[in-house]
Design a protein around this ligand. Structure first.
Ligand SMILES: O=C(O)CCC(=O)C(=O)O
Length: 367
């Protein structure tokens, strides 16, 4: 069925496949590329092994680059897929940061758009008890963490103007900058600077609409995308919105780089899928935290109590972090007129459009 829809092409090819995967039943997932068992269209990808020392990889919680499994896709130059290169237990740190640390002020999240500042200062603290006692009832009210849909870091993306601006910047988290820079260097982008991040929080019924990430002013630098928790179907299309996309799975720990020709391709996430291993959590998240990380590591121990909250959350969720460089070295934002600045500032307080025609974040209730 999916193959027939892909071949059909035509104006609506991407939209038809998006809807197919969003609704399709599990028996229809056969043609999706799974990099954990690579087949057709998948080629191996060369990495720049000498650009990241084993020690720096270790500090970022990653295996030595020489051990990474990196793939490309025929027809998509610049696209690199790295199958979970994290060291055992090190995904814990990033999951905890996404739930406990990065949603904190001065970072911005979807809940800030319609809640008072005092109510969104401690999402973790306010959700802990609820998540700890969570049973299987679907009717129980959702905790704030379960209502989290996005967090922005660094240059905060403005969903209304679709722009970044010099006026809305807060320091980018140093641990995530270090991880992103090691990933970029291994993929041939030594000078990459992590300047903006969008963290996406998905529940089983969430999806991310068809879009291109083009608001960054420097497209010569890659997009770096990290996935944790439940799996997803990712659709990678062409330079035009109507080109039929290629479907692939993203599992916990997988990392994707979109660069060069693939930097400005349309893409979407139509579906979140329960862990294909059949257990509540992927086995890579059950691994113990390493006992021998150096003090200089950016990975910090995640307490058993914190990890319990994280696992409860991840049983029904997926987290994605997509990191970007916004400006080329020496570049600055174009001057905005006073009127534009005022409009920009005013639109910071508007919610992300939910019912517009073309939506980047489709169907995510709180976006
Ligand atoms: O969740 C994903 O895998 C994709 C995220 C994405 O495309 C974005 O944030 O622009």
């Amino acid at each position: 069925m999916a193959a027939a829809l892909t071949q059909e092409g035509g104006e609506d090819a991407f939209r038809r496949l998006f809807r197919f995967y969003r609704r399709g039943d599990r028996s229809d997932l056969g043609g999706i590329i799974d990099f954990s068992a690579p087949g057709d269209k998948v080629v191996s990808s060369e990495l720049s092994i000498s650009s990241v020392s084993d020690q720096d990889a270790f500090r970022a919680g990653l295996q030595p680059v020489s051990q990474w499994k990196a793939y490309g896709l025929e027809g998509y130059p610049g696209f690199i897929f790295i199958s979970n290169p994290f060291l055992s237990g090190c995904q814990h740190h990033w999951v905890k940061q996404c739930l406990k640390t990065y949603p904190q002020k001065p970072n911005v999240c979807n809940l800030d758009m319609h809640m008072a500042a005092e109510e969104t200062t401690d999402l973790w603290g306010q959700s802990q008890k609820h998540l700890r006692s969570k049973g299987s009832s679907k009717c129980a009210p959702r905790s704030l963490l379960e209502r989290l849909r996005w967090v922005t870091l660094g240059y905060h993306y403005n969903w209304n103007t679709k722009k970044y601006s010099a006026d809305h910047y807060t320091p980018f988290p140093s641990d995530l900058a270090f991880l992103s820079e090691q990933m970029a260097a291994a993929c041939g982008f030594q000078g990459f600077r992590a300047e903006a991040g969008i963290l996406n929080y998905y529940r089983f019924d969430s999806s991310l609409g068809i879009h291109v990430d083009e608001s960054e002013l420097d497209h010569s630098q890659p997009l770096i995308s990290f996935s944790f928790g439940q799996s997803s179907i990712f659709l990678l299309g062409g330079l035009k919105r109507d080109e039929a996309p290629t479907a692939m799975f993203m599992h916990s720990g997988d990392i994707m780089i979109m660069s060069g020709f693939s930097r400005l391709l349309y893409h979407a996430v139509p579906r979140i899928l329960p862990n294909p291993e059949g257990t509540a959590l992927p086995s890579c998240l059950e691994e113990a935290f390493p006992s021998d990380l150096p003090d200089s590591s950016v990975i910090k121990h995640c307490s058993e109590e914190d990890w319990k909250i994280c696992t409860k959350y991840l049983e029904t969720s997926r987290i994605n972090m997509t990191i970007r460089q916004v400006l080329a070295v020496g570049q600055s934002f174009p001057n905005e007129s006073r009127g534009e600045r005022e409009r920009h500032a005013a639109s910071e307080s508007c919610d992300h459009p939910e019912n517009g025609e073309v939506k980047r974040h489709k169907l995510n209730a709180d976006r």
